[in-house]
Design a protein around this ligand. Structure first.
Ligand SMILES: [Zn+2]
Length: 469
């Protein structure tokens, strides 16, 4: 609907000017070259179309955030470098209704935005032509509220920023919910670069996605700085504030690692310190770790592959789950799904590598683990729908983990171990920092193996009943 109305508007402008193409003058061009790595081709989501905006491509987010534990409140200045995908007279972003806007400027000029429910619409002082850029600065404050998702998976009932009575806060959000703490094009097809600064009272720490650049102190406050030089999808962003202690480590090839745990988190820290070994195991199987830093932060619940800083609650802090979230850095974070229709591309691979790691380190073979998945997969497919067309209130149900892992195992049995792992390594190497879907995955597998796996892949993803092997 949005794209159509803009098209009609453009046509009307051309028509009233008597056939001469002289629509309103556009904004002066802005140099977008420094942000080339943040360039994406956003699309509308077929499963959750209410989030994300395919008419814009955010190249970079500069987030200056302040967290006040006593009031559990947030202040923010978000500087977005936006590329227009088509001619635009306004920019619509996802932004939580609980937060209040203080000021918005576009290219330094103050504008009056409209904030309705979780949509923020910003009028442009001059229209943007397709491929032109604008710098949008949004100042805001408030007490963030998580989004009630209506999802059946219990740890996804609330999405986005949550806080506890002690003032600690953490934001995890898949498939969407970053809009509860910053204005965002909240869709995996629009990846962007980030600079994040989190200011907290001294004694607290603010942890985000990307590489830790260090902290500075001023008066009673400390500011923690983070940078992502590889593109990040909004669901992989991270905000946490707690009384963390920093522990440093090194991964393969000297990759810097930071662990962020509270003083009572001894057990969690011991598990987190296994990360370099897990990275070495993954590198043998899937090729070089695709990011310039890594880390683990102890949060209050759930487990998430937030980019370059895995977030895990106490129940989830186990080597096998750290491995799963780490595997996502190849399968999901580096090569991601273009839309939520293909979340199986994330979870199938991560589950399969988790199973292989378990088979290599604990009693039982990969065949034993796959037989176990097979028994349970049948029921999940009925309850949650097939993994390629799941029920939309069953996001990230076990069906999108188990069935695609079994599908990968079937392909492995047909082509042999060596060719299978060479293929998975090449999938990441050749598609680094891109979004993919079923069609591109299937075409690539067929081309790479010289065998037509289309029917096998479609059966595992679409069938209402489990395929027989
Ligand atoms: Zn996963």
């Amino acid at each position: 609907m949005r794209k159509l109305s803009l098209l009609l508007l453009a046509t009307a402008l051309t028509a009233t000017s008597g056939g001469v193409a002289s629509a309103a003058p556009t904004a002066p061009p802005m140099d977008l070259a420094p942000y080339a790595k943040g360039r994406s081709q956003p699309v509308q989501d077929p499963v959750y179309p209410a989030y994300g905006n395919p008419s814009i491509d955010v190249l970079h987010y500069g987030l200056e955030l302040g967290w006040q534990p006593s009031g559990r409140s947030l202040t923010g200045t978000a500087t977005l470098t936006v590329r227009a995908v088509e001619r635009l007279s306004e920019i619509r972003l996802d932004f939580g209704r609980a937060l209040k806007i203080d000021e918005v400027t576009v290219g330094g000029k103050a504008v009056k935005p409209r904030h309705h429910k979780d949509d923020l619409t910003i009028p442009l002082p001059a229209p943007l032509a397709a491929d032109q850029g604008a710098r949008v600065v949004i100042r805001y404050h408030g007490v963030p509220k998580p989004h009630k998702s209506g999802q059946r998976r219990i740890d996804l009932e609330l999405l986005g920023l949550r806080s506890a009575a002690d003032g600690s806060a953490w934001a995890l959000q898949e498939p969407f919910g970053a809009f509860t703490w910053f204005p965002v094009n909240d869709h995996p097809s629009d990846e962007a670069l980030y600079d994040v600064a989190i200011t907290v009272p001294k004694g607290w720490a603010g942890v985000s996605h990307g590489k830790y650049l260090g902290k500075s102190e001023k008066g009673r406050e400390a500011t923690y700085r983070w940078q992502s030089t590889e593109p990040v999808a909004s669901y992989l962003t991270l905000f946490t504030a707690d009384r963390y202690r920093l522990h440093r480590d090194k991964g393969p090839r000297g990759i810097p690692i930071t662990y962020w745990t509270r003083k009572e988190d001894d057990r969690m820290l011991r598990v987190a310190r296994g990360l370099p070994d897990l990275m070495r195991w993954m590198e043998k199987k899937a090729g070089p770790y695709p990011f310039p830093s890594a880390g683990v932060v102890a949060t209050s619940e759930s487990g998430m592959e937030t980019q370059q800083m895995i977030a895990l609650g106490g129940h989830y802090m186990r080597p096998r789950i750290v491995l799963h979230e780490l595997a996502h850095h190849w399968f999901g974070n580096s090569v991601g799904p273009r839309t939520w229709k293909d979340v199986w591309l994330n979870e199938g691979f991560a589950m399969y590598f988790e199973m292989q790691w378990t088979a290599d380190h604990e009693p039982g073979t990969i065949e034993d683990f796959m037989s176990g998945l097979r028994v349970r997969e049948k029921h999940m497919r009925q309850e949650m729908g097939p993994p390629g067309d799941y029920r939309r209130d069953w996001f990230a149900g076990s069906n999108v983990y188990y069935a695609p892992a079994l599908m990968l195992h079937e392909i492995r049995k047909q082509i042999g171990d060596e060719r299978f792992f060479a293929m998975t390594r090449a999938w990441v190497q050749e598609h680094r920092n891109t979004g993919q879907d079923r069609a591109s995955f299937t075409a690539w597998v067929n081309h790479h193996t010289g065998t037509d796996f289309t029917a096998l892949i479609d059966a595992w993803l679409d069938s209402r009943t489990s395929p027989e092997s």
